[in-house]
Design a protein around this ligand. Structure first.
Ligand code: UDP
Length: 249
């Protein structure tokens, strides 16, 4: 390991791994994992914590991840309350865009998997125009019987970075199920990020992100889809954090 490589401090939050990394350290670690190949990244946020409570496969994905970031501001707050403070929020979309920005100069091969056909096509065109080597892309609306063809297409193009714009826990289950066949450097779930890059959805302004209210902004744009995730989920998450905190006294 080169001397400049940061030591990863892996803690556990709600029984799931959390790496105490800044954005710059996360970028460096992702590049190291791309070189090693066969890794995947995990996002820790309130929805994942709650979903993992009764999803053993999702827990397995998180546990075997080579990097697990504090994707949501609620995780940064909970990490402080529970005594394992994350240095900063490293959201999936920010890290994804930074890796894409650096991809042309590094020569990284990028595969885009997920979102609607017109959305992923627009993202592929946008990235290719910025000099990214997009070695393949396809939408995320395949029939169950098509999965092995999807996996074969990814493996055949040997991407360094596979970005998966699929809902959770579908993307995590997909990676885990196909871990031995997907010949990738680093698999990286990005949820609805392709919709933002393509312009279909807007991202919250920086000041709203800094207040930790980005979820509110997403909720206003897609209230029907997100009501359960954010209103019910966030309340459950706050209660879980308090219960965990007071159970330790
Ligand atoms: N999506 C997909 N196939 C499906 C359902 C959804 O590719 O069968 C895409 C959808 O178009 C969107 C993304 O998955 O781009 C959903 O992202 P979401 O915000 O739900 O991700 P999460 O926040 O769960 O990571």
């Amino acid at each position: 390991m080169p001397e400049s490589t940061p030591a990863i401090r892996r803690e556990r939050l709600f029984g799931l791994p959390l790496d105490l990394l800044t954005m710059a350290e996360s970028v460096e670690l992702c590049h190291r994992l791309v070189a090693e190949r066969g890794h995947w990244r995990a996002d820790l946020n309130a929805s994942i914590v709650l979903a993992a409570l009764d999803d053993p496969l999702l827990r397995e994905y998180m546990d075997a991840s080579a990097i697990s970031n504090a994707d949501g501001q609620s995780i940064v707050w909970a990490s402080r309350i529970l005594g394992v403070p994350a240095p900063e929020r490293v959201s999936g979309i920010d890290l994804f865009l930074e890796l894409v920005r650096l991809a042309p100069q590094r020569g990284d091969r990028v595969y885009l998997l997920g979102a609607a056909p017109d959305v992923v096509q627009a993202v592929a065109g946008n990235f290719a125009a910025r000099g990214v080597n997009v070695v393949g892309y396809r939408d995320g609306y395949w029939a169950p019987g098509e999965e092995s063809a999807v996996v074969d297409a990814v493996a055949a193009s040997k991407p360094d970075l596979l970005f998966l714009a699929l809902p959770s826990p579908r993307k995590e289950h997909f990676v885990l199920r196909n871990r031995d066949k997907l010949d990738v450097g680093l698999a990286f779930g990005v949820g609805g990020s392709f919709d933002v890059v393509s312009g279909r959805l807007k991202r919250a302004p920086l000041w709203i992100q800094k207040l930790g209210l980005e979820w509110c902004y997403r909720f206003i744009q897609e209230p029907r889809r997100l009501v359960k995730r954010y209103l019910v989920g966030n309340t459950r998450f706050v209660l879980l954090t308090l219960k965990t905190r007071f159970a330790r006294n």
